[in-house]
Design a protein around this ligand. Structure first.
Ligand SMILES: [Zn+2]
Ligand SMILES: [Zn+2]
Length: 175
């Protein structure tokens, strides 16, 4: 949902409460698309504090499907989003002008609520997701999900401590 802040700023001291659904179906992070499985409506309060400054305060909850780092099965991860921002549309210097241009959820005076929530999700994105702390992961040779069964390869009995060490190696690989 796009909120026009220019209209909102026409009245000094105006406070407005908005409830809007979160409309994105996927969130892209680290070259992966993560499906939005459920979300609560975004509750947002806008306040025009004068001098073309707008304070926003919002809350929502979004659940994404993220693959387990070890076995790649889908895990539902909840994001508890709390947005607190202040926009100054009366910039006095270069820095303040750039601040407004830098954010992808502002297009002049139009605030894209979905992109704002997406930004918060990306900031909160976990480095590592596990389906279970004891997830045994996949066999490195044949790819069998070792939580579901064993395979005939050697060294298949990767215990959780070994799996944790492998996570560290995987993280190094990603860098
Ligand atoms: Zn797993
Ligand atoms: Zn195997």
């Amino acid at each position: 949902m796009i909120i026009s802040l220019s209209e909102f700023m026409s009245v000094k001291g105006q406070v407005k409460t908005i409830q809007a659904p979160f409309e994105l179906k996927t969130i892209a992070f680290n070259n992966m698309e993560h499906e939005v499985v459920k979300s609560k409506p975004i509750n947002l309060t806008l306040a025009h504090t004068g001098e073309r400054k707008v304070e926003i305060d919002g809350k929502t909850e979004v659940t994404l499907l993220i693959s387990c780092n070890r076995c790649l099965s889908d895990v539902e991860v909840d994001f508890d989003i709390h947005i607190e921002e202040e926009f100054n549309f009366n910039p006095r210097n270069e820095d303040e002008i750039n601040e407004l241009k830098e954010v992808n959820y502002l297009n002049e005076y139009d605030l894209d609520l979905d992109l704002l929530v997406q930004d918060e999700i990306i900031l909160d994105f976990p480095m590592k997701v596990l389906c279970n702390d004891d997830c045994k992961g996949l066999c490195s040779k044949c790819g069998t999900n070792l939580n579901k069964g064993s395979c005939n390869c050697e060294n298949t009995s990767l215990d959780p401590r070994m799996a944790a060490i492998q996570d560290i190696f995987n993280e190094f690989k990603e860098v």
